[in-house]
Design a binder for this molecule. Sequence first.
Ligand code: PRT
Ligand code: ZN
Length: 294
Amino acid sequence: MTKRMRLAIQSKGRLSDGSLELLGKAGVRFSNNRESLWRPAANFDLDLMMVRDDDIPSLVLGGAADYGIVGENVLAELQVDEPRFNELEIVLPLSFASCRLDVAAPDAQGWTQLSDLDGKRIATSYPALTRSAFTDAGIQVDIIEMKGSVEVAPRLGIADAICDLVSSGATLKANNLKSIATLLDSQAVMIRPQTGREDETDNTAETLMHRLGGVMASAQTKYIMLNAPTDRLDDIQALLPGSDAPTIARIAGRDDVVAVQAVCRERVFWETLERLKNAGARAILVLPIEKMMA
Ligand code: PRT
Ligand code: ZN
């Protein structure tokens, strides 16, 4: 009997919808019962364990789950003080829930660098990362640990500055705070113990990781179709972002123009299209790719 892969994901919060959406794009279907601890996949040897995000590294390390999806920030915070968490490895960055861990201070103070905070109080939910960054920089600060609403600490007079996650920057702005430094760039990541437990779940896991890799690659990748004057073909080919050898096809009744089709593995910006047009390309189409497998 094959053992089912156990994947711990956040039950409620910023990572849960993104995790389920990604798994859905990888073709895994689940029941709608969001309240239970376990959600078995209907068409894959996979059981989701629905838990608080902070518990995921311990659950994976302890063997209660085989894999976990967690913010890099949560893992990094644990790894500062508890070396056993270094036994966890990131197998796949998942390109969602991107954010930064920033040190920020009231705009009005005019502080622009970490050294301006010497001797000050810093409120944070990430005490280990914050302490280690200031220690490394040789700056002495008092860490005020808070579980949430860190951004109000300066206004309440309990801290001079904060260290918190920032994504759009709207929370900082609404609280008249300004970023001074970024300590960490974070995104959701797939983790597992480094000393991989070699068992039957490995095939399932490998298949899932391949599919997830494909989902993420296809999100970036586009299919470009265009018509190119034969004498400008080299210039136009050079402008196609991140593409291997394109397909060149004849256009019926035309000797001066060919059809070019290419898979572009980098983002295709409007500027790229404008450059292609200036180089003589016409009828340019950029199409999304739904699935990819090398
Ligand atoms: O209940 P549970 O413990 O499971 O959840 P939680 O409340 O601890 O975590 P949750 O759901 O808030 O966040 C889960 C993960 O999402 C975090 O660990 C990060 O990896 C990631 N993430 C991405 C964020 C943000 N972006 C984010 N902006 N987590 C929190 N924020 C907060 C931030 O703390 C601040 O209060 O959003 C505010 C800032 O957002 P902007 O857009 O105004 O800059
Ligand atoms: Zn949490």
